[in-house]
Write a protein that binds this ligand. Sequence first.
Ligand SMILES: C[S@@+](CC[C@H](N)C(=O)[O-])C[C@H]1O[C@@H](n2cnc3c(N)ncnc32)[C@H](O)[C@@H]1O
Length: 289
Amino acid sequence: MADALPAALGPLLRAARARLAAAGIADPALDSRLIVEHFSGTARAQAIAEPGRSVEAAALASIDEALRRRVAGEPVHRILGYREFYGLRLSLSPDTLEPRPDTETLVDAVLPFAKATAERLGECRILDLGTGTGAIALALLSAVPAATATGVDISPGALATAMRNAKDLGLGGRFKALHSNWFEKVSGRYHLIAANPPYIASRDIENLQDEVRDFDPHRALDGGVDGLVPYGIIAGGAEGFLEAQGKVAVEIGHTQQSEVTAIFARAGYRLAEARRDLGGNDRVLVFER
Ligand SMILES: C[S@@+](CC[C@H](N)C(=O)[O-])C[C@H]1O[C@@H](n2cnc3c(N)ncnc32)[C@H](O)[C@@H]1O
């Protein structure tokens, strides 16, 4: 059994870090700080300025439980219940993928187009296919006040979380959550279609890192037999929902650039831009007709 946690903030942080380090957690300093700050309601400055500040018993019990979950392998943001994405705090649920920093590359890639469209036309209509927490759509809405977005997902639980995130961020009036199997229930035309679809081949799901395989919903990961099935559906269906001169932007797995480019080329699209993520991996493709 783990030692009792000290109540004073400074020693508490050190004890929490030591517990995670002893369990072999990859970044014990960051994870322990996130857990202690979240459940004690303190900020980093307080730990430095007031290391003797006492943390209440109820908060200590929550921190103890959170550390146990982290030691058992649960990702730290699942324990906290939220993750930052493009400067926005997004709530998570068991039905949502935890949004990743790699996906911010997609937002960076299309943001100039969304802003230019809004300036030119006074609006920019965005369709976010497989919206999850609403990450891509909400990041774009927060940066482009004249934009509106429809977030599509097959998971009602994910859509409820996306709508909650939109409301919490004051973006609810410009975001619509739509329950649909890709384009099936979609109507209208959009200037930008964005998607971070599931792109792991079904047979590879079992080999993913434990934290991904055991905590991200498989519906958000499984891209079918070759991991490319959703790209075929998106490339094949986008034309009916894309404005003239619109763009389609997709996140890809780091080995999929040529295959996804070929899928879109067969559907009549040319590659307008390819971007790598911060790790230098191929990550985002933007297509035009
Ligand atoms: C990789 S996650 C991306 C989530 C979010 N856009 C992000 O970037 O963090 C893929 C999303 O696609 C959704 N999805 C899977 N199959 C779908 C389908 N047939 N129609 C609509 N959405 C689907 C999943 O529920 C999941 O939310």
